[in-house]
Design a protein around this ligand. Structure first.
Ligand SMILES: [Zn+2]
Length: 242
């Protein structure tokens, strides 16, 4: 007699609790996207001054954010680890030398984890990091290097074999140099489509990052990021991540 009301009651409770379980599995986590950390020679939004970058990192530290790697983000989204307090991912595209000279000294001050997307075919030529720089930064355990292709071509405009080469060669070259797997690709110019995403998945990547604006909501091959502009005030920076 009481079985049916009890079952209905349990179903209602389950329906109420389920959405919070699902959302706990895929928390909304900001992934910051930077390019150059230096004063802009041409008043470009891609250049964040070292002074502004230092203020932004101080803001993260003062407000209890925990910078994590993309591998940790993946594990959080798979429900394999609990998220730390206010997780955030700090990424740098292209692998410019100013990451070594300007950004890393500030990041190290706070013991902040960061991710650099390297164009493997450009390593060692100005204004990019050298393999020596990359290996030295890798040894600190604070910087995670991931793929940004071999030649920084728009992958959506290439034929199948060329896309495969851009994805697999950059992954294996970096993996050999670093001594650990490279699991993420940031698409050059943020350009991807279902064909590129499926080749990336078959090449063994765990995820792909775009330049689409937004916070990350789970593992995918079209992960959005939050572009930090050289023109952002500290208030604008704070508004973007909160
Ligand atoms: Zn790029």
């Amino acid at each position: 007699m009481y079985k049916i009301p009890l079952l209905s009651f349990l179903l209602i409770i389950f329906a109420l609790v389920l959405p919070s379980i699902v959302s706990a599995k895929t928390p909304s986590i900001p992934i910051l996207m930077y390019h150059y950390i230096q004063s802009s020679p041409a008043h470009s939004s891609l250049f964040v001054s070292p002074q502004n970058f230092a203020s932004q990192m101080a803001y993260l530290a003062d407000n209890g954010f925990t910078p994590i790697s993309l591998d940790t983000l993946y594990a959080i989204n798979q429900n394999l680890v609990f998220p730390p307090q206010k997780p955030i991912v700090i990424t740098f595209d292209d692998g410019y030398i100013d990451f070594y000279t300007n950004a890393f000294p500030i990041l190290r001050r706070y013991n902040f984890n960061s991710t650099v997307f390297v164009i493997t075919g450009f390593v060692g030529r100005p204004p990019y990091l050298s393999w020596n720089n990359i290996e030295e930064l890798n040894r600190t355990g604070l910087v995670s290097f991931q793929s940004h292709s071999v030649n920084h071509k728009s992958l959506t405009s290439l034929v199948f074999a060329k896309i495969t080469q851009e994805l697999t060669e950059s992954k294996s070259v970096l993996g050999l140099k670093l001594g650990h797997p490279v699991n993420f690709i940031a698409y050059p110019f943020g350009q991807s489509d279902p064909r590129v995403a499926s080749i990336a998945s078959r090449a063994g990547y765990s995820g792909g990052l775009t330049t689409i604006y937004g916070k990350s909501h789970g593992n995918s091959f079209s992960i959005p990021r939050i572009r930090i502009s050289g023109f952002d005030s500290l208030a604008a920076f704070a508004a973007k991540i909160n």
